[in-house]
Design a binder for this molecule. Sequence first.
Ligand code: ADP
Length: 448
Amino acid sequence: MFGRVLIANRGEIALRIIRACRELGVEPVCVYSEADRGAPWLRYAAESVCIGSGPATDSYLRIDRIISAAEITNADAIHPGYGFLAENSHFAEVCRDCRIEFIGPSPEAMAQLGDKIAGRRLAKQVGLPTFPGSAEAIDDPEEAIAIAREIGFPVIVKAAAGGGGRGMRIARNEESLRAGLESARQEATAAFGNGAVYVEKFLERARHLEIQVLGDKHGNAIHLYERDCTSQRRHQKLIEEAPAPNIDPAKRDQVAESAAALLRAARYSGAATVEFLMDARHDFHMLEVNTRVQVEHPVTELITGVDIVKEMIRVAAGEPLPFTQSDIAIRGHAIECRINAEDPDRNFMPQAGTIETCTPPGGPGIRVDSHARPGYRIPPNYDSMIGKLIAHGPDRTSAIARLRQALREFEIGPMRTTIPLHQRLLETASFVNADFDIHYVERILKGD
Ligand code: ADP
């Protein structure tokens, strides 16, 4: 096992990784920006190093400074968390060149699965259901139009290197497809330095489902079942749950097994998520693979009893997965609410400032993953998520009841948060009956 692990991240995920390290007897080392100086999670690190000013481009995205910090502090490995450098295969390569273990896949496996075109190609080979559309990158608008005619409008143009909802254009006719192809290409070149785009069928009403998978360096890979992340606003997930309500378990099992096969085919070690949209007929269509731990990993941990972050560290240290697929069973139901410092009444305006009140909830089945504390000043430089509230119960109805009470108990102030929005969503018939699609939150916000 490693002696020390450097955490190249901040906030609640830095704290989550610190906790996993301590359980494994590993010393956690943190890096921080000037905006995070004195932040609450840093006091639990064995050592912390300042790597630059507040903007992420001068700190959490600086590969040279993070590597230097790892060398100065004698860290054997780096956990990237999510966001920042977590899906940067160049960073994984630099770690390898510097003989520091990157806690995640090899740069090759990351590059292959992280590229949406290459990832889809491999996914198809192992039998995962992909969207109808172009198999390769498209340059010629006439070719895009021919494909769209074949699969039928609407279609969506997407960037091979896309992320965060950028580089996507919906096209409902030939004219908008021509324009969308060009503008998606420009946006992708500017945002990702890679202008490759492709076309796939656009689903009007869909649910977002994803399969959590884990692989080791000995060729083993298993799945930890699915999560449902249909509750989104502007492609940002708000509520996630596991298992997914109202789905066909036979279809789910088949897709989940193919997702594990995808990892084996890519010789993947570490945690990954294979994302899908599910149509009205309950058929799955693969969107992309995320080659890192995800924000919503706790719901899977609660229903399977597997500590995903600890397993990531163990497999990076060369240990084989300690279980096989038949050891993994679903116990109960878990639901997570992302608590963001945003004002839902003012177009989700981010709220900076100092937290004065912070009373986390408790009781049976309640988990809070958060770095928020009274006296903590939320810097304006980063994402507005200040914590996650997760409820686990024997079934979905009891998980919802626990979550409602926990939201009532959770007091954070004086800034506004997404807590009242979650309270409202948990009362809607769409959520309670799981009769929803990825646009339902926006419809509720508009008052439809
Ligand atoms: P990113 O990597 O930018 O997050 P994804 O491929 O995961 O891109 O897609 C993000 C979101 O865009 C999806 O969750 C869904 O809401 C929407 N989307 C993407 N592809 C399609 C599609 N073919 N049909 C309908 N919606 C889509």
